[in-house]
Design a binder for this molecule. Structure first.
Ligand SMILES: [Zn+2]
Ligand SMILES: [Zn+2]
Length: 390
């Protein structure tokens, strides 16, 4: 299937740069270079991001926090509101760089909602930890919350958000915890073992929104097979039962086995499979309405460029095979920047083994975690937690 797909991109995104820090914007540059070399970029309708203005940002953040980010932008000694920390150090132009990412995600949402494209991707987005009143976890403005609020304001009645980053999508969950119009689903490494320390199955939403926050807390060491088992046991049924108008996904790829900040064991191939299944889910449930963002991912050379090139390609409906060779131009570029060490030769790592379906009563940390999530929310969504067909 060929899909009309937009991407929001230009090099000004590279200004979102904390300096000596795991979130290095080179990962975006290397992704776009790889996508270009493979011809993927040519199949995308690329538009440049427009920064979010204050009216837009005030739909997500407190006025005093916006003022703090403005001050931090000009004052390298500023601290407060989560800024000036090792996770979120201040840098010149921080306000503008963050507003550009947020604006890009709102733009992706609107281009898709207005029918200019079927799907839209903003790989610079997915900054899911930013809170209403403070910065957190490398995230200054929560572009995902802005995109979802933009969709609701434009007429979407129900939005489903699926977050496959290795960390809990806490900022997005918090923004919509009591809002029954937004289903947030996050699959992540168990918060007892990883930042941000939230995202247990028992977090289910509040008031009339009970059942619209879904959390799958995966054991450290979960691999492609285990991760996909959990995804398939929870995500399709929950999204189907909720019946959204649009699917929004955060496609962080820090679940990778070489990621320096976390402890899951996915391959590029497992991550690509997840993205393919999200794309299919959009066509099945939301008439194809799908907005996708990047997110975490600190394997700057061996993981992020491949996985997000697959994301861009998948969104166009024309995938890049796992055995496709990495173009020599991309390798030469890295060598010219002084990168030594082994570079990937192909767009995949190894085939994903067969995935056994989850069954009720399964033992062990992983199957227990899947069962806990289903028991916590499935009844609230009209589903049977013990029926494997749900
Ligand atoms: Zn499509
Ligand atoms: Zn992350």
């Amino acid at each position: 299937m060929d899909c009309r797909t937009g991407a929001i991109w230009d090099e000004r995104y590279l200004a979102y740069d904390f300096g000596d820090h795991p979130l290095n914007p080179v990962r975006l540059d290397l992704t776009i270079r790889l996508a270009r070399e493979l011809g993927v970029l040519d199949r995308l309708d690329v538009t440049a991001p427009v920064p979010a203005d204050e009216v837009q940002l005030l739909t997500v953040h407190d006025a005093d926090y916006l003022a703090a980010v403005r001050r931090a932008s000009d004052d390298p000694t500023f601290s407060g509101f989560g800024l000036g920390t090792s996770d979120d150090p201040v840098f010149p132009g921080m306000y503008e760089a963050s507003a550009l990412v947020a604006g890009g995600s709102a733009q992706a949402a609107l281009r898709m909602w207005n029918g200019e494209v079927d799907h839209a991707v903003n790989i610079a987005g997915g900054l899911h930890h930013a809170m209403q009143g403070y910065a957190s976890g490398f995230c200054i403005f929560n572009d995902v919350v802005l995109a979802i609020r933009t969709l609701l304001a434009a007429g979407a009645k129900k939005v489903a958000y699926v977050d496959i980053d290795v960390h809990h999508g806490d900022g997005v969950q918090a923004a919509f915890y009591d809002d029954p119009r937004v289903l947030t689903i996050s699959l992540h490494q168990d918060p007892r073992t990883l930042f941000p320390g939230t995202g247990l199955a028992s977090e289910i939403g509040s008031g009339t929104a009970e059942g619209t926050a879904v959390n799958v807390a995966l054991p450290p060491g979960t691999d492609d097979v285990g991760w996909l088992r959990a995804f398939r046991a929870v995500v399709p049924s929950a999204v189907r039962a909720f019946g959204p108008d649009v699917l929004v996904t955060q496609c962080g790829c820090d679940t990778h086995h070489e990621d320096p900040l976390a402890n899951l064991e996915l391959t590029v191939d497992g991550q690509r499979t997840a993205i393919t299944e999200l794309h299919r889910l959009a066509h099945e449930i939301t008439g194809g309405k799908w907005v996708a963002f990047g997110g975490g991912g600190y394997g700057l050379i061996r993981c992020v460029p491949r996985t997000w090139t697959h994301l861009l390609a998948e969104a166009t409906g024309r995938t890049v095979p796992a055995d496709a060779a990495i173009p020599p131009g991309w390798i030469e570029h890295l060598r010219s920047r002084g990168v030594r060490g082994e570079l990937p030769a192909t767009m995949g790592e190894r085939p994903v083994p067969e995935v056994r379906a989850w069954e009720p009563g399964g033992e062990g940390w992983l199957d227990g975690a899947i069962g806990a999530t289903r028991r916590a929310v499935f009844p609230l969504l009209g589903l049977d937690p013990d029926d494997p067909r749900d």
